[in-house]
Ligand binder design. Sequence first.
Ligand code: NAD
Length: 318
Amino acid sequence: MEKVILAIILVILTGCNINNIPKEEVQNKNETENEVVNMKTDSERKLDLAPTITLNNGIDMPVLGIGTYSLHDDTCINSIYTAIQNGYRKIDTAYMYGNEEEVGKAVKKAINDGIIKREDIFVATKLYPNQYDNPKEAIEEALKKLDIEYIDLMLLHHPGTNDEKAYKAMEEYVASGKIKSLGLSNYYIEEIDNFLPKVSIKPVLVQNEIHPYYQERDVVKHIQDLDIVVEGWYPLGGRGHQTELLNDETLVKIANNHNRSVAQVILRWDYQNDVIVIPGSSNPDHIKENISIFDFELTEEEMKQIEVLNRDEKHDWY
Ligand code: NAD
């Protein structure tokens, strides 16, 4: 009885009216108290999330995500779930990684647990050249494996026979709303300039190898001048190349200046160059560390010191 009286007093005092409740809370009013708190927490925690960039089609995308190359089964699901818990809102996968299903499972688990809503997360996948012959079947397969209603971004993994045909099929899926944005990967100046006139929807993003030893400054500038976002794969040099890069004398010195790790310095350097990054990791400490780069700044001098580390040293063949 006391509780009822208290509730009535509270309603009178706050002038409670369902129209005054923010839309998000109305949408979730059937959920448990905890879930509503989580939803609110997510939007309130904006400071912990990576900033977003507006793509050339008007869609916002986080500037940092988790890469999933070589992550499989529960390791993949747990890594992505940990990443989402720690503020990641972008995931990079591909048909070739063989883990689209796990990526979808992790996203659905985070949605079911009330950490995110579908529209909070940005999932990118890629078609591989052996799929360009029969692209619609390949897109349907990706949609089915991910099973998260739509794909935020689909890329062509690298140039190959029938890449134009594959891209045009992806354009049809943009029209039907099943894919939101399109992009390319491993296309360089000549390939991009040849490809763009052949398609109707401008790619929003090109994903290429970029790290301090392989900076591709001319390619990055060319792509950015086209109002296309550049995303760097192998930001930490790629698996098997960490030892040298993460112990680089110049980078270690800069990291010490800021009391940060070398990985954080590299990811911050990309951010200050407007390059999106998708570092891969299954280690919860590294996952947390890699997104904690938005509260310090490299000086112009430090940016120049990293620029001269370039050796045009590619770590993969695409
Ligand atoms: P990466 O450069 O991100 O390095 C990953 C390695 O670094 C892992 O071994 C990880 O354990 C380690 N690592 C991660 N964070 C660390 C930290 N803070 N300190 C120390 N070590 C750390 O290489 P990657 O994952 O292969 O590449 C990133 C993503 O790019 C891939 O997961 C994939 O999504 C994408 N990719 C795309 C292409 C393409 O052709 N489009 C090619 C390769 C990779």
